[in-house]
Structures are given as structure tokens and as C-alpha cells.
Design a protein around this ligand. Structure first.
Ligand code: MG
Length: 296
């Protein structure tokens, strides 16, 4: 259903013909154009989310966070059924995805209170969540560090080619993640992508009010005196897409299937579309088609 690597040597004319203004590029759902009337090609800087947009190291984090949060809420005096709680958890976790993790645990503490419980400090919930997540991803981090795991399989397909392509176009690249900064810096390093982010690598800080993706975007705009149409954003979460669109930038929604590494994640696709993404892609396998579309 998807173009294999061999098929990427598509002629530009051919790509053009296949880029219908509405709907999927044929053959197969490679690039879905949501809005075609937005200025493209003048980009001077690009901002990337990390987890799910480039890195797959933390893929499956939801399967740690959801059950943990459900467990906490089921322990409250006025807890509803597990199914109802799961629904509540998925809703608020998802809506806050892309923001720092602490916002999800702040909301968890609120939900505990609503159900008559005495919450722990949000930071304590965050530490317990990170402890559980670390158990899941530790082997991946060590495998990447000692070379026993191939970097390629821990990245959204085509990430390296995309970063190289954008550098070749002269863009300054920024990485901004809701994951704690020391982890983001280390994980970008072991994936071998740090060098591309000449604009900087930003992550969540303990003083969480001092970081947000919106703040990084503001900094990019001020540092370069950019207008909105000169900013390009890539993300698989609601927050970064919304932030990029707020300043008039161009937003690429990456509806990545993080565990399968192929295909479109329909849940992400609908959320990214609702957040205002201009195009939706599953990954960067169709790099020629994507670059040609972004830089017509
Ligand atoms: Mg993400």
C-alpha cells in the first residue's frame, strides 16, 4: 500500500500529477492535503516535536500512562467504573499530549480531587510514571548506546533524509519536546540527530512554567525576525500543531504508527486535522514527494 524505498525515485512531474489538491496522493495514503491554499516554500526555520515525530524510543508510552492513571483514579472514594475512568483518562491525556508530562499529572491530581481523593503532588505522579516508562524503554536506550540496536528502527522512517533535506535548503532546525530536557538531549544524541538542530534542543524543565513549545516558537520568530509563513512545524501531537498555526506557520501533522512503523494512525490523524494541520503524512518515506510539496 505504501511506496517502498525503491519507488522514491519518482520524477518531479509524476509527483506533481499525483498531488491532487484534495485528498490523498496516489497511490496509497502517502500525503493528505488538508489545506492547499497556504503559502509554501519560503521556510527559513523548522520546529520539530521529538517523540512520535522523530524518535520511537518512547513509543507505547500511552500503554504505561493510561493504566497507571486509571489505577490511581480507581483508588478514589467516588470512582466510577473502570471503563468510564479509562475514557476520562484517555481524553485528558491525549488533549495534553505534546505539553510537558507534568500537565498530565497536574490534571490527574485534579481528577483525584474531583472523586473525593487526596492527591499526591503532580511531580510525584510524574516520577512514578517515568519510573514505569523507564522499565519499558531502558533496553532500547542501552541498545542504542552500545550499538546492538539499529538507530533506523528507533526512528520515524525517513527522519534522517528529511533533516538532511531541510538543512540542504538552508533552514535552521529546532527540536522542542514535552519530555524532560536531559532525556531529549541524550536520546537525540544516541539517535545521531543532534547535529541537525543548530537552533537548539529544548525540553521540559523542572520549573515547568519556563518552557513551552509556544515559547520556543516565539523565540524562533524573534531570533530570526520571521513571519509566520517562514516557519515550518512537524508534530504528531495536538499542541505543537496548534502552536505553529497560532503564529501563522505551516503545520505538517505526522500521524505515525509508532510501534508498527508503517501506516497511518487514524486517531492521530483526526486529532491533528482538528488541531489545524495543513497536511497529514504517516512518516517521511515519501521524502521526494514531501519535499517537492513543501518547496514547490
Ligand atoms: Mg510527540
Amino acid at each position: 500500500m505504501f511506496w517502498a524505498k525503491e519507488d522514491l525515485g519518482l520524477q518531479k512531474k509524476e509527483v506533481n500529477r499525483r498531488l491532487s489538491p484534495k485528498g490523498w496522493v496516489r497511490p496509497g495514503p502517502i500525503l493528505q492535503v488538508i489545506k492547499d491554499d497556504i503559502q509554501r516554500g519560503k521556510f527559513k526555520a523548522a520546529i520539530f516535536d521529538f517523540d512520535g515525530t522523530i524518535s520511537l524510543i518512547r513509543a507505547g508510552w500511552q500503554d504505561i500512562m493510561y493504566p497507571y492513571f486509571v489505577e490511581v483514579l480507581r483508588d478514589t472514594p467516588h470512582a466510577e467504573s473502570s471503563a468510564k475512568i479509562k475514557h476520562v483518562v484517555v481524553e485528558f491525556v491525549d488533549l495534553l499530549t505534546g505539553k510537558q508530562t507534568i500537565y498530565q499529572t497536574i490534571q490527574l491530581a485534579e481528577e483525584v480531587k474531583k472523586r473525593g481523593g487526596e492527591p499526591l503532588a503532580p511531580l510525584e505522579y510524574k516520577h512514578e510514571y517515568l519510573r514505569r516508562l523507564w522499565e519499558q524503554i531502558e533496553h532500547k536506550v542501552h541498545g542504542l548506546e552500545n550499538g546492538s540496536i539499529d538507530k533506523e528502527i528507533m526512528m520515524v522512517p525517513g527522519s534522517l533524509e528529511l533533516l538532511q533535506g531541510l538543512k540542504a535548503k538552508g533552514l535552521t532546525l529546532y527540536l522542542a519536546s514535552g519530555t524532560d530536557e536531559p532525556y531529549v538531549i541524550n536520546e537525540a544524541n544516541i539517535l545521531g540527530v543532534s547535529e541537525f538542530f543548530d537552533g537548539g534542543i529544548y525540553g521540559a524543565l523542572d520549573s515547568y512554567e519556563d518552557f513551552s513549545k509556544a515559547m520556543v516558537i516565539q523565540k524562533i520568530i524573534e531570533d530570526h525576525g520571521l513571519s509566520g509563513e517562514e516557519l515550518l512545524g512537524f508534530g504528531d501531537g495536538y499542541v505543537e500543531i496548534e502552536n505553529v498555526k497560532t503564529v501563522g506557520g505551516y503545520a505538517v501533522g505526522v500521524a505515525s504508527e509508532e510501534l508498527k512503523r508503517k501506516g497511518i494512525n487514524e486517531w492521530k490523524r483526526s486529532r491533528l486535522t482538528a488541531a489545524g494541520a495543513d497536511i497529514i503524512i504517516p512518516d517521511y518515506r515519501n521524502i521526494d514527494g514531501l519535499m517537492h510539496y513543501l518547496f514547490p
